[in-house]
Design a protein around this ligand. Structure first.
Ligand SMILES: [Zn+2]
Length: 306
């Protein structure tokens, strides 16, 4: 029943010609400058904003922007919030910005906050998962990364790598994962496309190499007040991984080159908001991301040194 992906030959990984054909199909749907940079600019009165890198793609140039709490103190723990590693996952970007706008001041004097709200701006504009080289930044957080998006974030956090207490990476799982991005991935790698399910609700990804179940539970409980938590499927899984607690699965973060493994933080989590649910609005998705960030910081600060 599966229609072959419109680019490439089934069973054969893409080469430069197929990647170019894929790139030619990508359309700019929205503006990073208008929707993201403008919001970051509005925060400059209250927070320190720095350009930590720049991505030059064809005729376009994207400044990569990080937001820091004012009054950064060497004696305070560092908290890292990342969004937009997958540019199409809109609430990851706007949830991070909503957290800064509405809640970051609550942590003044208690934590140094470092927020990179839109790691992949080219993909934000094209509502896509990959960068223009058909690379997924969220499999590319490794030495000599082939993705400029990932390499820039790694350079940003390198001085703090061993001093980050908590890192939360904000994502979404969408219906287009199943209809477009999984088939595109299979086609790109010359593999068969396996049909899967998209869970209806919010879930978290813990680190199988450093599981923190009580921390994940605290985040789930906070988000459940804002939006519904994804149930396990008939196999007791969410997207092919065992559900270890309500709304929680685990991945080996570093082995997979995932963003949440970019520091040696004791507490890490990856949020997965489901924006296509008939029961969720965009406002609710942003609020769910912000609630997850607050709960994660609260838990980490309360248990620091434990
Ligand atoms: Zn994602």
């Amino acid at each position: 029943m599966t229609t072959p992906y419109p680019i490439g030959t089934p069973g054969t990984p893409w080469g430069p010609a197929e990647k170019a054909a894929w790139l030619a199909r990508q359309v700019k749907h929205r503006s990073y400058a208008d929707e993201v940079q403008s919001k970051i600019d509005a925060l400059r009165a209250r927070f320190d904003v720095t350009e930590y890198g720049r991505l030059d793609y064809a005729s376009e140039s994207y400044p990569l922007l990080a937001i820091r709490s004012r009054g950064w103190r060497e004696d305070l723990p560092i908290v890292l919030v990342t969004g937009g590693v997958h540019g199409y996952e809109t609430s990851g970007v706007h949830g991070a910005l909503q957290f800064v706008d509405l809640h970051a001041a609550d942590y003044e004097g208690r934590a140094n906050l470092l927020i990179a709200p839109c790691i992949s701006p080219w993909a934000y504009e094209r509502i896509h998962r990959w960068n223009p080289d058909a690379i997924d930044p969220n499999r590319s957080f490794r030495e000599n990364s082939p993705a400029g998006e990932s390499a820039a974030l790694m350079r940003l956090v390198a001085p703090y790598r061993d001093r980050v207490l908590m890192h939360i990476d904000l994502h979404e799982t969408t219906d287009t994962d199943e209809s477009e991005f999984r088939p595109a991935l299979a086609a790109r790698d010359g593999k068969p496309s396996e049909p899967g399910e998209i869970p209806d609700g919010f879930y978290l990804v813990d680190d199988s190499e450093n599981p923190q179940p009580a921390f994940q539970q605290a985040v789930i409980e906070a988000v459940a007040k804002v939006t519904h938590i994804a149930p396990a499927d008939a196999k007791g899984e969410i997207i092919g991984s065992e559900v270890v607690a309500p709304g929680v699965i685990r991945y080996p973060l570093r082995k997979l080159g995932l963003c949440a493994g970019v520091t040696s933080a004791h507490y890490t989590t990856t949020t997965e908001v489901y924006p296509d649910s008939p029961r969720a609005t965009p406002e609710q998705c942003n609020a769910a991301q912000a609630a997850a960030v607050c709960a994660a910081i609260d838990y980490a600060l309360a248990h620091a040194g434990a």
